[in-house]
Ligand binder design. Structure first.
Ligand SMILES: Nc1ncnc2c1ncn2[C@@H]1O[C@H](COP(=O)(O)OP(=O)(O)OP(=O)(O)O)[C@@H](O)[C@H]1O
Length: 236
């Protein structure tokens, strides 16, 4: 369970970029996060992946109240969260295969299991012929697919993706969305920030919409996505 109660965020002494944001996401739900450029989407994701602390309000992630969380617990929490960053953040000295393998190796998975899982996933994202390439020799879309494979390989409890289909053609974008849906069916809670309203419409999951730091929640148009519930004090 993830819940935000009247959360505000400002950078330094600047104005609030998130204002009184309140929502709850049920475990296993899938949501889009939309809104114009500068509306606060990446900032909201930063709070969700524990890279920033809110300026006010209460946040609970994966059932843990962040205000009661000891700093020493952060690394363990972060390991349960997969993130696809807008700028990919791949390790330049590692091949596509090794970038994707890393989370499994850290977890201590067997070599044969790593080879199977990573091969299968890179195949799914259409990179079977680019497994041994280093990021510098990959196109933007190829890097994006490596970043997605790395974020999902561990079947995280929470997956956050910032514009994960920004660099691929529409056909690959839908394929990647289906990968997220498959992961969602296994129980991963997913939030996908996107400008691509075509994908939002096609998948039909409920949407968190930000406008200048203010959040509204739009219901989904298709199942089986678990609907978000507004906290009682926000219902009209
Ligand atoms: N590190 C920072 N320091 C100061 N202001 C910041 C910082 N990061 C973001 N902002 C400001 O916060 C606001 C929200 O930015 P954010 O990146 O969250 O928006 P966004 O909706 O993700 O935009 P985009 O769709 O263009 O990626 C913007 O006004 C931005 O200038």
């Amino acid at each position: 369970m993830i819940s935000f109660e009247n959360v505000g965020l400002r950078y330094g002494m600047g104005k609030e970029v998130l204002k009184d944001v309140s929502f709850t996401l049920k475990p296993g739900s899938l949501h889009f996060l939309t809104g114009p450029s500068g509306a606060g989407k990446t900032s909201l994701l930063k709070l969700l992946y524990l890279a920033k602390r809110q300026s006010r309000g209460l946040i609970s992630i994966l059932g843990k109240d962040l205000s009661a969380l000891d700093r020493s617990e952060l690394p363990r929490m972060r390991r349960r969260i997969g993130v696809v960053f807008q700028d990919f953040r791949l390790f330049d000295h590692l091949s596509a295969f090794d970038n994707v393998a890393l989370p499994l190796q850290i977890k201590g998975a067997k070599k044969s299991q790593v080879a199977d899982y990573v091969g299968e996933l890179l195949n799914w994202v259409g990179l079977q012929d680019r497994m041994h390439a280093k990021p510098a020799t990959l196109s933007g879309g190829e890097k994006q697919r490596v970043a997605i494979a790395r974020a999902v390989i561990n079947k995280p409890d929470l997956l956050l993706a910032d514009e994960p289909t920004g660099n691929v053609d529409p056909e690959m974008a839908m394929r990647l969305m289906h990968l997220f849906e498959e992961l969602n069916k296994l129980g991963t809670t997913i939030v996908i920030a996107t400008h691509d309203m075509g994908i939002v419409k096609e998948i039909g999951a409920p949407t968190l919409r930000l406008d200048d730091g203010n959040l509204t929640i739009l219901p989904g148009t298709k199942g089986p996505y678990i609907k978000t519930s507004q906290p009682a004090w926000k219902r009209t």
